[in-house]
Design a protein. Sequence first.
Lengths: 307, 257
Amino acid sequence: MDFPAVEVAGLVMRYGDATAVDGLSLTVDPGTVTAVLGPNGAGKTTTIETCEGYRTPQEGKVRVLGLDPVRDAARLRPRVGVMLQSGGAWSASYPHEMLRYVSRLYANPLDVDALVERLGLGGVGRTPYRRLSGGQQQRLALATALVGRPELVFLDEPTAGLDPQARRATWELVDELRASGVTVVLTTHFMDEAERLADWVHVLDHGRLIASGTPKGLTSEGAENTLRLTGPPGIDVSGLLTALPEGTQVVEQAPGTYLVSGTIDPPLLQSVTTWCVDQGILLDGIAVRRRTLEDVFLDLTGRELRS
Amino acid sequence: MSLDFAPRPGAAPMPRMVAAQTLMETRLLLRNGEQLLLALVIPLLLLVAGTEATRIVDLGPGRPIDIITPGVLALAILSSSFTSLAIATGFERRYGVIKRLGTTPLPRWGLLVGKIGSVLLVQAVQLTVLCLVALWLGWEPAGGAASYGWMVVLALLGTAAFAGLALLLAGTLRAEATLAIANLVYVLLLVGGAVLVPLDRYPEAAQTFLQLLPSGALSEGMRTVFEGGALPTSSVVVLVVWAAVASIATARTFKWE
């Protein structure tokens, strides 16, 4: 493919007076896992549902696999797998039955029994959908998105409501999808999920793209990492500073807690500990704190992501 | 077992998709106790009660079982093609099933064909069971094999009209409202829609109106063909008009989400 798997350009979507998506532009490269990250109400679901063909762009343009999701819906449906945030199954249907039914709508479906086992739904048996736990319903929704062997999948909050174990299992599945050449677009408001899974992250807030990059690029951009020291209060901070490279800063945040900022690398760590040896200071703790996507979001918006 | 996620996208052939949809809808319908009550239990009870009906309602001259059976057959068609279909579709919208299926290769018309297919499957069971039980209770239909053929034609026409109305209801109202109205209409038509009680037992002023209802047209058609008559034109015209009007209205108003 010489065009993006997903291309959103200048998308505007309003509900009455509220603007859910405000001039959003982003692309998704084929064969990658792309996370659309943002707090609730950032416009993630509206954007995804527009890509899925549920909504017609009010302004701007959306292309999926080079096609118009509304006009070319019939051509796109066999190629795109969709996991909705909730619902999507008959309340009286059994998971296995539901999955088998959906598999019959596709030409080359996955093996239903294997998929049921893989997603840990084998033990659910004859429990109707309405009595499944939230996590089981999530996993069934994921299975129905994958069963038709799509080349592109949209997963809307795939791990919301999952316990840590099921969450890791879903992550492994996403890794496997990437390895198999499936393009994955997922929304999440979990930073760790985006960092762990995504090749590329688009950070959304108030319907706008506020940052975009690889998880590594985003977390190392701008501010450097910090080194946090704990030990006896009243250490000679200016004395320590003379032992460190130029551009490094040291502050005693609270009595006995020191924050070293600058380029935190192995030589710096050595300089700090050597200086402490010379001064006969025993530190209680040394911790390198890496910048997270959480910090990136905080920097960009002045707000916590999960507020 | 290993899973190979490597993309191999493609839609199943249309007949397979429609068959899958029909089977799934039928399985779910047969699993629903309330729907089974409407589809079979109530018609069977009325059939048995019908043999004793002359003491309660004046059905007119003739053997009660011969008068009541065609009406019960019409009622069975009403239950599956209108009430059950409306309720099931209303809740499918509510639970996002129709939304979800909107992104599978099954086109919307395929979804509708599957629904009608499952209604017709259920009706085949209903009509077979009810006819056999009625015959066992002493029903003596006139008209021979032809009358059963007309019954099938009437069932198809009635289903077209009632299913159109069911989808009109389910596609515009909330699931709870659809549930309430679909059940209410069933009861109202059962009692006062010329379904069980023949048209000529109603006051003359009401007859013209009742004749124009799909329930009246279907039931009178059933009674006529099982008295040995040919398929009455009036029934055909009324049912076709209802089917056409309901389909056009549904196509314009149905909300998939």
